[in-house]
Write a protein that binds this ligand. Structure first.
Ligand code: ADP
Ligand code: MG
Length: 611
């Protein structure tokens, strides 16, 4: 997406208009209808003027007033109001249609963009914040285009027309009316758009978001809260976030209080600026009869001016909230997707080669950051099993997740079949590699579809075949609706081991030449584990396999074992060589056998008793 670089140049209202500009035609139509509607709303004021003029002319003898004239103007006022509503309706329709189209486009683009961002972005950013942007921020834009843009056009057009009419009637009184309006707006923009106001606003919204995130976390942690008898107050992050929000809300309200009062007072009391000027003019003029009439028209018009002006002010307030949303959205758009090669290179073969790979999760300064991997080099040969072992936190999973480019290496290079994985296109890479991770994510869909994710074109028979190979056919058949059972619905949840087998079936169906297994049997109970092992042995035949296993016995037969410690490969070789080496692997193996021995000897004892 090459427009990611263009986005972010504009902010605030110009950026909103840029977004709205995607559906220009409909919006212009909406704007025109809105202006006509507002102009028609101006007619009743004129009508009142002419009626009062007629009444005033005959003030001495009201019976002489031209009733036809008065009735005509009354009807005129009524009809123009009705027609004005019709135009308003049309304008809103047009703006809504364009708003929903824009909204649709934005969400699709955001979703596409999010899918292209590296895993690293998704782990840094809470899914709650992304969801909020996808839903709320985009929705606010919809509100702006559907309601506020036509309103804005009207709210600008009406005062302009009114002020112009005022200047034509009597420029002195018009100036008396215009000066306070201009002053009020200057005040508002200084207060709200000035550095301090913007800052306070941003703090306020950050605090609100923080509080929401902490609230969600608190609810998710409810089991722990219950078990340990915690209260909101002991759940420090949440209570701090609430207090923080309160502080900023109060601060922001205090900050706005005085300018807001001044602004509202000025706008609603335009009469008190016009009256003195008018009276002064009338008293000093010989033709005061005409001037008095003009003053009267001003007195009728001025209150009508307050309403759209106040509307503009609220729009200003809303606009800041919307701009915040747009900024959040643009922040996502500004994130660089994984760099893609224009002409992806095709790998020759499926060996995996790490060459001096260093990697850090935080992209801070090279000097200060903590490295998760340091100069890791190894080659996993095609159609061989390469096992990674090492203490927890040593970097095994990190090595595994660099292969599908969940993150890009900080330095060094990873090649598959001789081609740098950054040069082969994410889609090609994804086709080459399957993973089964420790925590399997199943989607809210049927079991069948969850397995089919491995290969969208698979037939039902192929899905079932894969399920059989992964040893999950049996338990799926026993579910209430078999393969059509929706996961998560009606209390259908799979155990860790079952979910794992579904994930293995998915990988079997995908049948890619490279397979990454990260503690795929970690959650399983012994009975499940043998089944998973069976499934896995069906899966790994003839593939380049990288396997991380917490039980060393499962990787004893591996073609190559890499021992990882502190982000480095400290030993490598086959099982027997590593045992002879008498290093970390040997110690781990002894610990493993000791643990295993206990159950073995128990077994022996039972046998002995039986025998
Ligand atoms: N998403 C992450 N963000 C930041 N640090 C991480 C992340 N995942 C792992 N780490 C850190 O990287 C190091 C290696 O972790 P990992 O590769 O998961 O180890 P292993 O799989 O061997 O247990 C650990 O210090 C861990 O805290
Ligand atoms: Mg791990």
């Amino acid at each position: 997406m090459n427009n990611t670089t263009e986005i972010g140049k504009k902010t605030g209202i110009p950026r909103l208009l840029e977004i709205a500009g995607e559906r220009k035609g409909l919006l212009i139509l909406s704007g025109i209808l809105s202006v006509i509607s507002t102009l028609l709303m101006f007619v009743p004021f004129v009508a009142v003027y002419f009626i009062v003029e007629e009444l005033l002319k005959n003030a001495a003898n009201p019976a002489l007033s031209d009733m036809v004239h008065i009735r005509r103007w009354s009807l005129c006022a009524l009809y123009s109001l009705l027609i004005s509503f019709l135009f308003f309706f049309g304008s809103t329709m047009a703006s809504h249609i364009s708003a929903f189209r824009i909204l649709y486009g934005l969400r699709i683009r955001l979703a596409n963009h999010l899918a292209k961002l590296p895993m690293g972005y998704h782990t840094r950013q809470s899914s709650g914040a992304i969801k909020k942007t996808l839903e709320l921020s985009v929705e606010k834009i919809e509100g702006f285009i559907a309601h506020q843009l036509p309103d804005l056009v009207g709210a600008v057009a009406l005062p302009l027309v009114m002020l112009t009419a005022m200047f034509i009637l009597d420029w002195r009184m018009a100036v008396a009316c215009a000066i306070p309006i201009v002053a009020a707006y200057l005040l508002q923009s200084i207060v709200f758009y000035g550095g301090e106001g913007k800052e306070a606003m941003k703090h306020y919204h950050d605090a609100l978001e923080n509080m929401n995130a902490a609230g969600v976390e608190y609810v998710r942690g409810m089991p722990a809260v219950k078990v340990f008898g915690l209260t909101v107050n002991t759940f420090l992050r949440f209570s701090r976030a609430i207090n923080d929000y309160r502080d900023w809300a109060v601060k922001y309200t205090k900050y706005c209080k005085r300018p807001y009062i001044v602004f509202t007072t000025i706008l609603t009391s335009l009469l008190s600026f016009i009256l003195p000027v008018g009276i002064l003019l009338i008293s000093g003029s010989p033709e005061n009869q005409a001037l008095a009439l003009t003053l009267m028209l001003f007195l009728v018009l001025a209150p009508g001016l307050s309403t759209p002006m106040m509307k503009l002010m609220y729009l200003g307030g809303n606009m800041r909230i919307i701009s915040e949303g747009v900024e959040r959205m643009d922040e996502i758009f500004a994130q660089k997707p994984l760099a893609e090669q224009k002409v992806p290179k095709i790998p020759e073969g499926y060996s995996i080669e790490f060459e001096d790979v260093s990697f850090s999760y935080d992209d801070k300064d090279v000097a200060t950051r903590t490295e998760a991997l340091v100069c890791v080099s190894f080659t996993a040969q095609e159609k061989q099993i390469t096992a990674l072992v090492g203490p927890s936190g040593s970097g095994k999973s990190t090595i595994a997740s660099l292969i599908p480019r969940f993150w890009d290496v900080s330095s060094g290079c990873i090649r598959i079949g001789g081609v740098d994985i950054r040069e082969m296109g994410t889609e090609n890479l994804m086709e080459l590699v399957s993973f089964v991770f420790q925590d399997v994510h199943l989607f809210y869909d049927t079991i069948e579809e969850n397995i089919r994710m491995g290969n969208a074109n698979a037939t039902r028979e192929q899905v079932i075949e894969a399920a059989k190979a992964a040893c999950c056919h049996e338990f799926i058949e026993n579910l209430p609706w078999g393969y059509s059972t929706k996961i998560g619905e009606g209390g259908t949840y799979l155990s860790g081991g079952e979910a794992q087998r579904v994930a293995i079936a998915r990988a079997i169906l995908k049948n890619s030449p490279i397979l990454v297994l990260d503690e795929a049997t970690a959650f399983a109970d012994p009975e499940n584990e043998t089944k998973i092992q069976e499934g896995l042995s069906a899966l790994i035949r003839g593939k380049t396999v990288i396997i991380i296993a917490h039980r060393l016995s499962t990787i004893r037969e591996a073609d190559q074992i890499l021992v990882v410690d502190g982000g480095q490969i400290v030993e490598s070789g086959k099982h027997d060589e590593l045992i002879k080496n008498n290093g970390l692997y040997n110690r781990m193996w002894e610990a493993h056998v000791d643990a295993g021995d206990w159950s073995l000897s128990k077994d022996k004892k039972t046998k002995a008793v039986n025998g």
